[in-house]
Design a protein around this ligand. Structure first.
Ligand SMILES: [Zn+2]
Length: 349
């Protein structure tokens, strides 16, 4: 039977976990019996005196997300039950949404198979004989929409038998949708003419930096022209930038934010790429475009939202800050980046 603990003034989850002999507060907080509690207290650091928390029995064990650790176990041979619960969190709160998740699991005998989660996010696995070795999560898939989202980064956890394995994943789709609806962003699936190859692109979600670009000499202001350039001429899997902002301030979704962009040669990791459409560098043969107020304020508002959604984003730079032989984002736009930093609260590159 689970014990119920009433929080006293000054108690933290860590203190409570210690009291009951748990090595990590996550074992208590992440336990399925505390799902209502998590909704009420989405920030584990902010619990209140008088809160009631269920203390799970000690056989339950939460697997920490993203550690990449593998646990090996030795268990009695025979039927072993493995439960694998996927809980989604987004950057603001825990979410109830249980998507159609599939996890690819690899068993000690080397077999690999896809397992679909039930409507509660749990994957049940009963294997006839797992006497030693480990069960690894090779990948987790969220395939609710054509834009498949992979959680491959969370691979290689060893799962424990006859215990509850809990993983917490960021609800990337929900976060991306929220950003899109806030800014009236035209989705890639709406304007794109070509099929994106999600299977071969790298994932990214560890964003620290926003990089501003311009279209360059071509001065393209039509997203389809960029799609043609990147996918037809360069043979990429998708448009290289995550967002494309047109001079009138309308924003188009480029590469799905769950995937690493292609916009800073050799240094794309952790960078969100925003294209300010137009040519903002003067050449002897053509004048540069003016950066309109609508253009700047739309890009700025988007950056503010990105910063709010990703606590890890602290820097804003222009393409030339990361690659010396490019004019991008053009002198006129580049000179406005300090003002954009001031308005968004971000630091330099
Ligand atoms: Zn650029």
């Amino acid at each position: 039977m689970a014990t119920v603990h009433k929080v006293k003034s000054g108690e933290s989850l860590s203190v409570i976990a210690q009291q009951y002999g748990f090595r990590s507060w996550k074992a208590i907080y992440d336990h399925p019996s505390n799902s209502d509690f998590r909704k009420r207290r989405p920030n584990p650091n902010l619990i209140m005196a008088g809160d009631e928390i269920s203390i799970p029995e000690k056989t339950s064990k939460a697997v920490e997300a993203g550690t990449g650790k593998e646990h090996t176990y030795k268990a009695a041979s025979g039927k072993q039950k493995i439960e694998f619960l996927v809980t989604f969190i987004d950057s603001l709160s825990l979410t109830d949404a249980v998507p159609e998740l599939t996890a690819t699991l690899s068993l000690p005998d080397g077999t690999k198979a896809d397992h679909k989660a039930d409507t509660k996010g749990t994957i049940h696995l009963v294997e006839p004989d797992i006497s030693s070795g480990k069960v690894d999560v090779v990948n987790i898939w969220d395939a609710r929409e054509p834009a498949i989202i992979r959680y491959g980064k969370y691979a290689t956890w060893g799962l424990s038998t006859n215990q509850s394995n809990v993983v917490r994943l960021p609800d990337k789709r929900k976060i991306i949708n929220r950003i899109a609806s806030k800014h009236g962003i035209t989705r890639r699936s709406t304007w794109g003419k070509k099929t994106v190859n999600y299977l071969t692109m790298d994932e990214d979600w560890d964003y620290t930096t926003v990089v501003i670009h311009h279209s360059g000499n071509g001065g393209e202001t039509d997203p389809v022209a960029i799609e043609t350039k990147h996918m037809d001429e360069r043979g990429w899997d998708d448009v290289g930038y995550h967002y494309l902002v047109r001079p009138d301030g309308s924003i188009y979704e480029g590469r799905h934010l769950a995937y690493k962009g292609t916009h800073v040669l050799g240094a794309n990791s952790n960078k969100i790429g925003i294209l300010m459409m137009g040519d903002f560098e003067s050449q002897w043969y053509d004048d540069d475009d003016d950066v309109s107020a609508a253009h700047m304020s739309a890009a700025q508002a988007l950056v503010i939202t990105l910063k709010a959604e990703f606590a890890t984003i602290t820097k804003l730079g222009g393409h030339r800050d990361y690659k010396t032989d490019t004019e991008c984002p053009g002198g006129d736009l580049y000179s406005q980046l300090p003002a954009m930093r001031a308005a968004t609260g971000l630091g330099g590159p």
